[in-house]
Design a protein around this ligand. Structure first.
Ligand code: SF4
Ligand code: ZN
Ligand code: ZN
Length: 316
């Protein structure tokens, strides 16, 4: 297998593009794909301040690395979820990455700030852990971005993530979630920061290859709560299809974005956004879901400090 650019021995194959690349040309291709995504979806410019959500896993550290290399004004945001050794190691990887590149990192320690980690919040409120975790992430990404004056929040969802989530939403007939699934969600309310996914054109195995070629040190273990997750099963099913018919994931997601989502949008007006009566963050209900969750947990614990303390993020 030869590199399509220089005919040297290829080290990464991109079957859906019917191409293969040597290391340097793969890195060039990868960065070009990210740049294309940013430009095509008008995600942000070089004058915008970008907050990139970093978990310590390969995808988010790769995204942070690429955006720094492309010359964007990027700051990392890490949420310590309070999931034992996994969270401690994840934070350490983010801090090491930031230190080595002299990049700015904000950290929110959820247990220290809200009195309980996502697992305990879930237990106290009768939620599934990933639901409490996803809610906390969505809330804190927006809150931190708003409070620190960022123009946009970037997350590292890749093509595999988006295709699997799309299947989940289609199977469940979750129209609300389908309407919200896009590589760029613009600011529709002064308190709702723009959200973007610059890796949506890139497959998971390609971010892994990029991480290896760039020597990025990331958390190898998956979150213990991801074991048995339905999304993983759907990813396996999509990988099977992709092996037999390269390009399946891309066609599924891109056709959805180009043909189906516009139809859904035209029939589904977005819900009215208001300010949460308790914390002021944007919500479609009087009190936002995050306040309801943390307040319910606080009542259970009878811990007075579990409300909404300040500051929510600290820089290292
Ligand atoms: Fe959060 Fe872990 Fe669930 Fe992912 S798998 S949503 S990190 S609890
Ligand atoms: Zn080459
Ligand atoms: Zn609230």
């Amino acid at each position: 297998m030869r590199c399509v650019k220089c005919k040297a021995t290829a080290s990464v194959e991109v079957r859906r593009h019917n191409a293969a690349y040597c290391g340097p040309h793969f890195l060039e291709w990868f960065e070009h794909q990210v740049q294309r995504a940013i430009d095509r979806e008008r995600m942000f410019t070089r004058s915008d301040r970008v907050l990139v959500a970093v978990s310590g896993g390969k995808d988010s550290l790769v995204l942070w690395d690429v955006l720094l290399r492309l010359g964007y004004r990027v700051t990392g945001l890490h949420l310590n979820l309070g999931i034992g050794a996994y969270s401690a190691l994840s934070q350490e990887k983010c801090e090491n990455f930031a230190r080595e590149r002299k990049a700015e990192l904000l950290v929110v320690d959820i247990p220290a700030t809200y009195g309980a980690g996502v697992e305990e919040l879930a237990r106290l409120t009768g939620r599934v852990v990933c639901s409490a975790c996803g809610l906390s992430k969505r809330y804190l990404f927006n809150k931190v971005a708003l409070e620190h004056g960022f123009d946009v929040v970037a997350t590292a969802h890749n093509l595999d993530d988006e295709a699997a989530v799309l299947l989940t939403n289609l199977i469940a007939g979750n129209v609300e979630a389908l309407v919200r699934q896009a590589p760029m969600l613009d600011r529709t309310h002064p308190a709702l920061v723009k959200k973007v996914k610059p890796l949506y054109r890139i497959a998971e195995r390609e971010t892994a290859a990029y991480a290896v070629l760039r020597g990025i040190d990331y958390v190898l273990d998956e979150c213990p709560n991801s074991v048995g997750a339905r999304t993983l099963l759907l990813k396996e099913a999509l990988n099977l299809l992709e092996r037999e018919a390269p390009g399946t994931k891309q066609s599924l997601y891109w056709n959805f974005l180009e043909k189906l989502r516009p139809l859904l949008l035209s029939h589904h007006p977005s819900a009215e956004v208001q300010s949460c009566l308790h914390c002021g963050q944007p919500t479609t209900t009087e009190v936002c879901a995050f306040c309801r969750m943390t307040e319910r947990a606080a009542a259970r614990l009878q811990v007075r400090t579990l409300g909404r303390p300040q500051p929510v993020a600290s820089a290292i």
